[in-house]
Design a protein around this ligand. Structure first.
Ligand code: PBG
Length: 335
């Protein structure tokens, strides 16, 4: 008889078989928790995005079919982002308020062809501005003008609600925009349109591939864009509590933290502080980094993907925006 430790506590008993482990898993991830971000193009055919392997811009003509397919896989929510033709961009981003712009046509298309899909429509000016900022600039061109930008976002939200979006999703980080959007929607009778607020959105280095996808990136040789005057400092945790509390008080229906993986503490804080649903955005750079490492043979893509998503759920997110949504749901359906 080998000697045994005097060890009554043996946590490994609860990990002894696949059956026990499955029964005791504390966190679950299901397709209904995932929202697929979709880039929409006016072009004829899908346009692959080099920095987002496996993701293509979807032509407007096949957007309805795409959303219907996602729905069959259990993915109920999509977040739409237009790739606006450069010829339509101006410093003020007026195309955002063109009632037949690509983003609004996309919302109408999804609602016509796949009415069961829940549409989250992005509210910010960056797809429409020549400089790529999320709002209009002040006279000196040195900063985004908060209040003039909010005015544009309210109008944009109204058009988006009229097009049929279930949620408007302001991603701009201007002060007071949730309150202004809520009152703008309500005074036009749009009480039923929800607001998913990008509440704690950080000035992150992980947005690069997204800016390629919507065409808001700086050209090679130009100084990289800094949004640090409105997006949050990655050093800050208390400030996230302030921003999220403000958005809740201003009438947001769902509060979001972005990016997700590097900000799990912020997601957990928010989960503990609010009774509202919490969303997290696993952003383009998080997706691209896992793909790049897997391409080199350094990570198992599926395992790393699943672990990253479970971590975000474990931190407290009810919903996750992720470019992995479709692939994850296909793998789940195949099992
Ligand atoms: C801008 C916006 C960004 C993302 C979503 N909306 C980028 C930015 O702030 O420049 C990034 C999403 C991603 O990286 O996947 N309104």
């Amino acid at each position: 008889m080998p000697e045994h430790l005097d060890q009554p506590e043996r946590p490994r008993r609860l990990r002894a078989s696949a059956g026990i482990r499955a029964m005791l898993a504390e966190t679950v991830l299901e397709a209904r928790h995932l929202i697929q971000p979709i880039f929409v193009t006016d072009g004829e055919s899908p346009e692959p995005i080099a920095s987002l392997p496996g993701v293509s811009r979807v032509p407007l003509s096949s957007l309805g079919t795409k959303c219907a397919e996602l729905l069959l896989l259990g993915i109920r929510g999509v977040a739409l982002f237009p790739k606006v033709d450069p010829s339509r961009k101006t410093a003020e981003g007026a195309e955002a308020l063109n009632p037949s712009n690509l983003a609004l046509r996309a919302v109408r298309e999804v609602k016509a062809k796949s009415p069961g899909t829940v549409v989250f429509a992005d509210i910010a000016l960056d797809p429409y501005t020549t400089h790529g900022h999320d709002g209009v600039l002040n006279a000196a061109g040195t900063d985004v003008d908060n209040d003039r930008t909010v005015e544009a976002l309210v109008k944009m939200s109204l058009l988006t609600a009229q097009a049929g979006a279930d949620f408007v999703a302001p991603s701009d980080m201007m002060d007071g925009r949730v309150k202004a959007i809520r009152s703008g929607l309500d005074s036009s009778g749009r009480h039923g349109t929800g607001i998913l607020a990008y509440s704690a959105k950080y000035a992150s280095a992980f947005y690069g591939p997204f800016r390629d996808a919507v065409g808001s990136a700086r050209k090679p040789g130009e100084a990289p864009i800094s949004k640090a005057g409105y997006q949050m400092d990655p050093a800050n945790r208390r400030e996230a509590a302030r921003e999220t509390a403000l958005d809740a008080a201003e009438g947001a229906d769902i509060l979001m933290v972005k990016p997700a993986g590097p900000y799990l503490d912020v997601i957990r804080d928010l989960r503990n502080a609010t009774t509202l649903p919490v969303a997290a955005y696993q952003v383009s750079g998080e997706y691209a980094a896992l793909h790049a490492a897997a391409e080199k043979g350094w990570l198992d893509l599926r395992a790393a993907r699943d672990e990253s998503l479970l971590g975000i759920r474990r931190a407290g997110a009810d919903l996750i925006l992720t470019y992995f949504a479709e692939a994850w749901a296909r793998d789940r359906a195949a099992r």
